[in-house]
Design a protein. Structure first.
Length: 260
């Protein structure tokens, strides 16, 4: 009630315990001498939930000053009064009618039908993202190379991806279990991390080569991997001897040439 304008004709009061004092003050000001009657009316009208009291603040105001639910009636009355006015010159009447008649025509026009909701076409089409903003999905071979890096010396990390790509070009691949396979035939229970670790590390002790290393060794010879890419000194010597002497070509996982 603090925000009521001075030109308000109607006020709707809902039930609110915090506004009882303000409602009583408003009743004394709007209806002097009838404050008790106003409060009784307010309490009775707001007994039920969501009920309210409609107050006509200016009951003596002319009807033309009130909110019109049918504005065409007011315009019709104005036109009729103007036509029956005898003291107004005809030229003034014509000018006033030229303003009233268009207003009456606009009021009498039926409201336009509600426009159906339409989704803008730009929202239906997927926006084309620039190619520069599309994140690149890492290839499986790149992920595998990062995985192998943890098992070999840091100085040999740069050779992992070239070796994998060279083997892949010669149809030597890795399956979903990271088992080494050539021509579609897998080396059962082999592990690419163990194979690369054995190829890149220089172990002082005599170790048994991991499962599938014989096939892996044959693949390295077949694709002619550069010797400087291999970190295992004994394996480099073995590859060098196998090129010079065919007797070293066929090896087994427990061959002394590999384990020494």
């Amino acid at each position: 009630m603090r925000d009521i304008g001075l030109n308000a004709h109607y006020i709707i009061l809902f039930r609110n315990i915090r506004d009882v004092t303000q409602a009583a003050c408003f009743g004394r000001q709007a209806f002097p001498g009838r404050g008790k009657f106003f409060m009784d009316s307010y309490k009775k009208a707001t007994e039920e939930p969501f009920s309210y009291l409609l107050v006509d603040v200016h009951p003596r105001s002319p009807e033309v000053q009130r909110l019109q639910t049918q504005p065409e009636v007011r315009i019709e009355n104005n036109i009729s009064s103007l036509l029956h006015e005898k003291e107004t010159p005809d030229d003034i009447k014509a000018k006033l009618l030229s303003d009233l008649i268009p207003k009456y025509q606009r009021v009498m026009q039926p409201p336009p039908p509600p426009k159906p909701f339409e989704i803008p076409p730009e929202l239906l089409t997927e926006p084309e993202l620039p190619l520069t903003n599309i994140p690149e999905v890492p290839l499986r071979i790149n992920i595998l190379a990062k995985y192998i890096e943890y098992a070999i010396p840091k100085t040999r990390k740069k050779y992992i991806l070239p070796i994998l790509e060279t083997l892949k070009d010669a149809n030597y691949t890795l399956n979903d279990k990271n088992e080494f396979q050539g021509d579609g035939k897998r080396e059962y229970c082999s592990n690419v991390v163990d194979l690369f670790s054995s190829m890149m590390k220089n172990n002082q002790r005599v170790l048994t080569p991991p499962t599938g290393f014989a096939k892996f060794y044959a693949a390295l010879r077949h694709v002619n991997i550069p010797l400087e890419w291999i970190g295992n000194k004994r394996l480099r010597e073995q590859l060098l001897l196998s090129d010079a002497n065919p007797a070293f070509t066929k090896i087994t996982p427990r061959s002394p040439e590999i384990t020494k």
